[in-house]
Design a protein around this ligand. Structure first.
Ligand code: IPM
Ligand code: MG
Length: 368
């Protein structure tokens, strides 16, 4: 791939703007020490886009995405847009982007580094060694199924949403999960509610079928309620968790309690071509604009972009190692408990950028 790499930035709303600025800082720091270089183009999404254009995902933003090799997204939403008609809420920008780009798989890695153990909501012995990957189906299920709406019937209104999964939708996301597991600890836990839902029964059947192509990977099934408990009870026992759009949304937020802050968790959304990288935390309107947000999830999302879109494994690992070192030194943002005075968003970005450069330089010295 020719450099500079072309990256679309969709910072969105709230803390999205602040954390994306830090991810960009770290990416640019790579180029300063002879690493890869990037060209950024910024577009609007979410509430910011509604304010400027009346649409949550304007055509210009789609054009910017189509003109890029990867997309880095911040967050969407905020209370000032909550009263808007449902079809023009900020979240629609994100949902439309997923649909337009055909992003059917969402990877949410959850790693609890030893340096994060003190922050975890769980006892260190429970959570130590946790390194799991949620593979969430992203373009189907109850998020998009029809019929949907609020209808009047017999003088009463009813709200309707429908969980729909077609075989090919289950198949393609399942393949991704097994392919990932092959390069990891070779274990897939497929999560459903097959004791109640027909869509889950089909899900299970298709996952079993796909599994036959991956004999080296062990497949287990678990109901979502039981999985929710096991994630707290023995999180380190999971490798790859394969699940639906809705269950994946819920379980991935639950997993944020494992490393102790949702500000640590990145994600990658993939389709056939374009990939979108974003922190899983939202726009956090309560702390937005105050320089308090943790940029680590956004910076880790940038690392995933280097890994999956640009095959820059050394640089991706350099960022991950740098973050581990910085946390070990006790550097923290305000939501992480600790003895040292918390640093602001921008300072955290500075420290990680500098450490990444150091890690990269010493990796080069070693490989000489
Ligand atoms: C997420 C978010 C989104 C989702 C919202 C903002 C639409 O919660 O990415 O997990 O539900 O998918
Ligand atoms: Mg969510």
């Amino acid at each position: 791939m020719l450099q500079p790499y072309r990256v679309a930035l969709l910072p969105g709303d709230g803390v999205g703007l602040e954390v994306i600025a830090e991810a960009v800082k770290v990416l640019e720091a790579l180029g300063e020490v002879g690493g890869p270089t990037f060209r950024f183009q910024t577009g609007l999404i979410g509430g910011a886009a509604i304010d400027a254009t009346a649409e949550p995902l304007p055509a210009e933003s789609i054009a910017i995405c189509n003109n890029s090799q990867a997309i880095l997204l911040g967050a969407v939403g905020g209370p000032q847009w909550d009263t808007k008609r449902p079809e023009s809420r900020p979240e629609q920008g994100l949902l439309q982007l997923r649909q337009r780009l055909g992003l059917f798989v969402n990877l949410r890695p959850v790693r609890v580094l030893d340096s994060m153990l003190p922050f975890s909501a769980l006892k260190p012995d429970r959570v130590r060694g946790t390194n799991l990957m949620i593979v969430r189906e992203l373009s189907g299920g109850i998020y998009f199924g029809n019929p949907r709406g609020i209808f009047a019937k017999n003088g009463e209104r009813m709200g309707v949403n429908t969980e729909v999964y077609r075989e090919h939708e289950i198949e393609r996301v399942a393949h991704r999960a097994f392919q990932l597991a092959r390069d990891r600890r070779k274990k897939v836990t497929s999560v459903d509610k097959a004791n109640v839902l027909e869509s889950s029964r089909l899900w299970r059947e298709v996952v079993e079928r796909v599994a036959r192509a991956y004999p080296e990977v062990e497949l287990g099934h678990q109901y979502v309620d039981s999985c929710a408990m096991a994630l707290i009870d023995r999180p380190a026992s999971f490798d790859v968790i394969l699940t639906t759009n809705m269950f994946g949304d819920i379980l991935s937020d639950e997993c944020a309690a494992l490393p102790g802050s949702i500000g640590f968790l990145p994600s990658a959304s993939m389709g056939e071509q374009q990939y979108v990288y974003e922190p899983i935390h939202g726009s956090a309107p309560d702390i937005a604009g105050r320089g308090r947000a943790n940029p680590i999830a956004a910076i880790l999302s940038a690392a995933l972009m280097l890994r999956y879109s640009f095959r820059l494994e050394t640089e991706a690992q350099a960022i991950e190692t740098a973050i581990e070192k910085v946390l070990k030194r006790g550097v923290r943002t305000a939501e992480i408990p600790g003895k040292q005075r918390p640093v602001g968003t921008s300072k955290m970005g500075d420290v990680i950028a500098a450490e990444t450069q150091k890690v990269l330089k010493s990796a080069r010295v070693r490989s000489r």
